[in-house]
Ligand binder design. Structure first.
Ligand SMILES: NC(=O)c1ccc[n+]([C@@H]2O[C@H](COP(=O)([O-])OP(=O)(O)OC[C@H]3O[C@@H](n4cnc5c(N)ncnc54)[C@H](OP(=O)(O)O)[C@@H]3O)[C@@H](O)[C@H]2O)c1
Length: 329
């Protein structure tokens, strides 16, 4: 007779659809780690917009149903599989991916997607690192090749990725401009590396940015909502500047002549395209940031697992970001 399998609470998705397809179950089997895998007792899990796109079934990456969403967990190693040398039971860690899903009490992860969480960061902050900071680093350093002394506009700076870009850009010696729509969001942007903040809901904010940066324009623009802003970015970018599209939720009309005249670049960034070697590289830079102290995630709305549907609703239709959204286990 087999021993009864241990059970846990976990969010399960049985069909693609709206936030209501997120079902909290209390009888999900706790997985056990195989070769090169670890089992993590989850304390917090980041909620990312991409998890709503995947849940709706319209995203290019479709998991096999049923599945548990969530890739950015922070917690403690509960068990390790064979051939795991970097971690032991009791280690504090965070992840950039999970095998079994992060919206759960326990999550299985491949060891190369797990990183030590320094003592000075709590589990909530650990859950805010994964997709946001690795995407921010990829966008600003890997893709835009931003250099000290250059100017960056973080177009959408108050959320998970935007705050990360502001912190990295400031640490790397850039002049940092950010945008946010609420007073609280703007305050957070200024407290996290931005020299100046603008309100992207104000009618004349693009003129204000132009006035601030002058004729030369902006060297690097990290864009969170390209379908709304790409034409504006083309008017702000410098000669030979780089516009990096991190987020886009629709179509937009632009005049390609703007690109031609300025000889600027418009590039896309996808977190999931990073190679293992790139992940190692980005992790080393981010680890240094945690140790030195410039990498300090700002936590926004927090939800218990029971409120996961509300969290998914609010990350898309909320009234203004002010830090990283997380689930607390
Ligand atoms: N390509 C990738 O690999 C990748 C990775 C991570 C995220 N993303 C995408 O990047 C976007 C941001 O992700 P996140 O995790 O930071 O989301 P988030 O925490 O929900 O933040 C959303 C951000 O977008 C801003 N925003 C809203 N309306 C805007 C506008 N008209 N112009 C400029 N910014 C605007 C928000 O500002 P206010 O709330 O203050 O208005 C907020 O700063 C999402 O679309 C996400 O899917 C892509």
């Amino acid at each position: 007779v087999m021993a009864a399998q241990k059970l846990m609470r976990a969010v399960r998705v049985f069909q693609f659809g709206g936030p209501e397809v997120l079902k909290l179950q209390s009888d999900v089997a706790i997985p056990s780690p195989k070769d090169f895998e670890v089992l993590i007792k989850v304390h917090a899990c980041g909620v990312n917009p991409v998890e709503t796109y995947i849940r709706s079934g319209t995203y290019s990456r479709k998991p096999v149903l049923p599945y548990t969403p969530g890739s950015d967990v922070a917690g403690v190693i509960e068990a390790v599989g064979d051939n795991v040398s970097a971690f032991k039971k009791g280690d504090r860690v965070f992840t950039t991916a999970t095998i079994s899903g992060g919206y759960a009490e326990y999550a299985l992860a491949a060891d190369h997607t797990v990183y030590k969480l320094p003592e000075k960061l709590d589990f909530k902050q650990g859950a805010a690192i994964g997709i946001p900071y690795f995407s921010a680093y990829r966008a600003l350093i890997h893709s835009a090749r931003a250099k000290a002394g250059e100017t960056v506009l973080v177009h959408g700076a108050s959320g998970g990725v935007g705050i990360a870009v502001c912190q990295i850009a400031r640490a790397y010696g850039l002049k940092v401009l950010g945008t946010a729509s609420t007073e609280e969001g703007q305050k957070i942007v200024l407290q996290n590396g931005a020299h100046e903040v603008f309100n992207h809901r104000e009618v004349n904010y693009i003129d204000k940015i132009k006035k601030s940066v002058g004729e030369k324009g902006i060297d690097v623009i990290i864009e969170m909502l390209a379908n709304v802003n790409l034409d504006k970015d083309l008017s702000l970018v410098s000669r030979g500047g780089r516009i990096i599209i991190v987020g886009s939720r629709g179509t937009v009309e632009i005049n390609p002549r703007d690109i031609l005249v300025k000889e600027c670049s418009v590039m896309g960034v996808t977190f999931f395209s990073s190679t293992k070697e790139e992940f190692r590289q980005f992790a080393a830079a981010l680890q240094a940031g945690m140790e030195i102290g410039w990498l300090k995630p700002v936590i926004g709305p927090q939800y218990p697992l029971e409120k996961v549907a509300q969290a998914h609703e609010n990350i898309i239709h909320g009234s203004g970001a002010a830090g990283k959204m997380i689930l607390l286990l």
